[in-house]
Design a protein around this ligand. Structure first.
Ligand SMILES: O=C(O)CCC(=O)C(=O)O
Length: 272
């Protein structure tokens, strides 16, 4: 398993760094990158508390119109880009963006943002990629990545709380096959990213603690995740009126089509 330690790595010189080169190589060859020490642990702990308070409604086994059940006791839920979740270190982490822009494009967008909540007792998921092949043709597996998922767990992902198991190299599969599965421990402050084509699955949560994992979908700017937002009330990005004003210049290109959200009294305006 290849891991990239970002501790002490200056964000000013990331593009040419050996660590980012290794992360890129691992991503292109094997379909994943694990980045250690990208967010201070105290900040992740604060996010976990904020998540538990703000999103308490998602901490039980309950179906909701705006969330998606992705396996037994596991849900994909919307998280607003507000409070601690609007910190650019979360949605535009410099280490993550360095890999995203190299793997996808300098103009890659943040296509969706939210959390996967794995409740205590959540069962193992089936192996799956995050999206279907781009074309119904073998060339799809040979192409560069078109989208990727970044996951930032709010408690350690391990064999008690359940990690995201991945099948290295499976982004190049022409069809599903038997292969070794890797179960990385992802500590608080670390993150993992995988190619949208990579086979992976959430592992069982054997503990009685809920395991929230923030996710961000980054994509080439013409791509939209075609399967994970199939319910009418689900939102890809939830944000407040002044969010865009607070996005730093270095992250503006993640939001090329974002407009201020519609006012409640103005139902004729477009929604993103
Ligand atoms: O819960 C996890 O670790 C992964 C969830 C996942 O891969 C999904 O729902 O698509």
């Amino acid at each position: 398993m290849i891991r990239i330690d970002c501790r002490g790595l200056s964000t000013d010189t990331l593009a040419g760094s050996e660590q980012m080169r290794s992360a890129y190589d691992c991503f292109v060859r094997h379909g994943y990158a694990i980045l250690d020490h990208i967010v201070p642990e105290e900040q992740v702990e604060a996010l976990r508390q904020e998540f538990n308070e703000t999103y308490a409604c998602y901490l039980s086994d309950r179906k909701a119109d705006e969330s998606l059940r992705v396996s037994k006791r596991r849900f994909m839920v919307p998280v607003a880009l507000s409070g601690g979740f609007a910190d650019p270190l979360v949605y535009a982490n410099p280490y993550v963006l360095a890999v995203v822009r190299e793997v996808l494009d300098q103009d890659a967008i943040l296509e969706a943002f939210g959390a996967i909540v794995s409740l205590g007792g959540a069962e193992v998921q089936h192996l799956h990629p995050d999206g279907p092949p781009l074309f119904n043709a073998s060339i799809s597996a040979l192409l560069p990545a078109h989208a990727l998922t970044f996951a930032l767990p709010l408690i350690e992902m391990n064999n008690q709380h359940g990690t995201t198991a991945i099948v290295p190299d499976s982004h190049r599969w022409q069809e599903p096959q038997a292969a070794a599965v890797m179960e990385p421990v992802v500590p608080v402050g670390s993150g993992i990213m995988w190619d949208f084509r990579l086979y992976h699955r959430g592992m069982p949560n054997l503990s009685d603690r809920t395991r929230p994992m923030l996710y961000a979908t980054y994509a080439r700017d013409w791509y939209q995740d075609p399967i994970n937002f199939r319910k009418p009330m689900q939102r890809r990005l939830v944000y407040e009126a002044d969010f865009l004003e607070r996005v730093p210049d270095r992250a503006r290109s993640l939001f090329p089509r974002l407009r201020p959200p519609p006012r409640e009294d103005d139902t004729n305006r477009n929604q993103t």
